[in-house]
Design a protein around this ligand. Structure first.
Ligand SMILES: [Zn+2]
Length: 292
């Protein structure tokens, strides 16, 4: 039994001390502060200890907790205040439910990745990826409800498409036998491609054309909201923080505990969800059904 399993004090490792497979999953710019060989309970306890995943856990766990009263406020105050219809309550509920899935799936991954086993790490990572896919697809479901409010046929078509994608993501990232084949970076990008490029582009461009008769540039406004959320989340979050690994790339070792790029990525995700909540409220205020 390892040292860390025996004692209550959390033993931390440098990047160099990690096994090869663990190094391949992590960034060499985060040079120390790694947990390893922890039991499930020790991982759980480590939420309240300081290591290089503490910031990653709390940048999503804390918002998940804070979003709960906000969800109550939205359903009990905001939607009734706008004389919302049943569909508005449903979209707001989907938004908050989806948001919780994403934040908690991420917190789960960052908490339990340190069990010292590649298979466990991959299963936890897959849950995180599933959460990201559910958020993007769930937000698109909400967008379809408003952007195609004048066409039940197109609504049905996109619900079917998104539902199919969500089922596929649930299979490849929640089924233990599928996970090893679908967690590599190349496979992740391949899996996300139809959602990020196909659905995002098709939905925004199609609504511009479909609703071109709407007054006051409402169609453009709607598509712009949808794109801004995606662009902020995907371009800033994923390219600047996730791939470029700034700032630790410039000062390796200086951001081992606080301020590392992944925490920035998490904050962008939370901000983009807050922005999307504002957008949903604007969609409700537009009363788009009156233009059908
Ligand atoms: Zn993360």
């Amino acid at each position: 039994m390892s040292q860390s399993r025996k004692g209550r004090r959390l033993q931390l490792y440098t990047y160099e001390q990690l096994p090869k497979w663990y190094q391949q999953m992590e960034s060499p710019y985060i040079t120390a502060g790694y947990r390893n060989n922890l039991s499930y309970q020790q991982c759980l306890r480590s939420i309240f200890q300081i290591h290089n995943e503490t910031g990653n856990i709390w940048t999503h766990l804390l918002p998940a907790i804070l979003f709960l009263p906000l969800a109550l406020y939205d359903v009990a105050v905001i939607v009734p205040g706008l004389h919302g219809k049943l569909a508005d309550y449903v979209t707001m509920a989907i938004f908050h439910f989806d948001n919780q899935i994403t934040l908690l799936a991420s917190a789960y991954f960052h908490t339990f990745l340190a069990q010292g086993c590649k298979q466990n790490y991959e299963q936890c990572l897959a849950v995180d990826l599933w959460g990201v896919a559910m958020a993007t697809a769930g937000n698109s479901l909400i967008y379809v409800a408003y952007a195609f409010c004048c066409s039940w046929w197109w609504q049905l078509f996109y619900y079917g498409l998104l539902g199919g994608l969500m089922t596929w993501y649930s299979v490849i990232w929640l089924h233990p036998r599928m996970v090893p084949g679908w967690v590599s970076l190349e496979r992740r990008l391949l899996a996300f491609f139809p959602l990020w490029v196909g659905v995002l582009a098709a939905l925004a461009l199609h609504t511009l054309h479909h609703n071109r008769h709407w007054p006051d540039n409402l169609a453009q406004l709607l598509a712009l909201h949808y794109w801004l959320r995606a662009v902020a989340n995907h371009l800033v979050g994923i390219i600047v923080f996730f791939f470029a690994k700034v700032p630790e790339r410039w000062w390796p070792g200086r951001f081992n505990i606080w301020g590392q790029s992944h925490q920035g990525f998490h904050i962008v995700v939370v901000l983009s969800q807050l922005f999307w909540r504002r957008a949903i409220i604007s969609f409700m205020q537009m009363e788009l059904q009156t233009f059908c």
